[in-house]
Design a protein around this ligand. Structure first.
Ligand code: NDP
Length: 313
């Protein structure tokens, strides 16, 4: 027997929970599936200083607990599970959870976010999956490298944030930057450059991870001089951006070539009636908690209007 819901929300970052607050307050009785990282990417970040309403900043995990509490306060049902299959053929959208639950949803809000990207070089996956000293989250794993030499690859805000975090734990942090400038915001670049124990390697690409069971060093190559340098280290943090978590929607929802869902201008509407997208799953430009929350709100309002127009609620 399939369960029937008016509004199914997939994902539990700022987009999903904001959609839930709006949908619940509109009496749509939303059901929200958290996915395998409840709270989303903000649960693996340190201080959030740019979300309006928190003048002193707040820790990411705590902020996401606030989001969840607010969504539940109005009656959102939060389920700690994954959605792993969808069928958007009919007017009722069919969705399956990992435990086999089949849900028929009048509206679906996709807010599945994005996940960290990897370099794709030899041993990276092996080390990452076997406690070998490779990670995509300094805040989660940095503590294990206290007192040790580490490297961060990437030059965006995430890489800068991770390098700064690690610089308080580790004697030396190498930042491997592939160009001669950083993409990170000016304030983060300034902070990184001011830290004496962060060494920036410009125009450098990681060529090799050294070690058998655990990483013992890396070989980087300067793209201008072609010089190869070996750096001994115990921890290697990959912070090179994200990939949208949209694989299960392939073939159903229109996407760009990198997998971001395409929404119609000035709305959260996808190519499928009654399916709306919000947050990082459809935004490769802004990717901020506050913009994700904004599009989550849009998705819930669009879902409410859709249900009203169809006479469903
Ligand atoms: P970004 O896409 O902004 O940056 C990715 C970085 O990784 C770039 O410097 C890029 O280099 C580099 N890179 C990509 N692929 C490779 C590769 N194969 N080898 C080496 N380097 C590579 O991702 P972020 O995760 O840093 O940030 C995502 C968004 O989240 C941004 O909008 C950011 O502002 C925001 N953010 C905000 C924070 C805050 O405000 N506290 C904290 C963290 C993120 P290149 O520049 O050459 O393309």
């Amino acid at each position: 027997m399939a369960e029937h819901v008016h509004c199914l929300i997939i994902g539990s970052g700022p987009a999903g929970y904001t959609a839930a607050v709006y949908a619940a307050r509109a009496n749509l009785k939303p059901v929200l599936y958290t996915g395998n990282q409840p709270g989303g990417q903000l649960t693996i970040t340190t201080d959030v200083e740019n979300y309006p309403g928190y003048p002193d900043g707040i820790e990411g995990p705590q902020m996401m607990m606030h989001f969840q509490k607010q969504a539940e306060r109005f009656g959102t049902e939060v389920r700690y599970s994954m959605i792993n299959k969808v069928d958007f053929k009919g007017p009722v959208h069919k969705v399956w959870a990992e435990d086999g639950t089949e849900i028929h949803a009048d509206t679906v809000v996709v807010s599945t976010g994005a996940s960290a990207k990897w370099l794709g070089i030899d041993k990276e996956k092996f080390f990452a999956e076997n406690g070998g000293g490779v990670s995509a989250c300094a805040v989660c794993d940095g503590f294990f490298y206290k007192g040790k030499e580490v490297a961060v690859v990437g030059a965006g805000d995430t890489a800068a944030e991770e390098a700064l975090y690690l610089s308080n734990l580790c004697p030396k942090v190498h930042m491997i930057v592939r160009r001669d400038e950083m993409r990170a915001s000016q304030i983060m670049q300034d902070r990184v450059k001011k830290k004496e124990n962060i060494i920036i390697h410009w125009n450098s690409n990681t060529k090799e991870l050294l070690g058998d069971k655990e990483i013992t060093g890396i070989k980087i190559q300067n793209s201008k001089t072609e010089e190869i340098t070996e750096i001994p280290l115990s921890g290697f943090f990959v912070a090179i951006g994200h990939k949208p978590n949209t694989d299960i929607f392939k073939g159903w929802l229109d996407m760009d070539e990198t997998g971001y869902i395409i929404t119609k201008a000035d709305s959260s509407k996808t190519n499928i009636d009654g399916v709306f997208a919000s947050g990082d799953a459809q935004d490769h430009v802004y990717r901020q908690a506050v913009t994700a929350a904004g599009t989550g709100c849009m998705a819930a309002l669009d879902a409410e209007r859709y249900l009203g127009e169809k006479g469903i609620v």
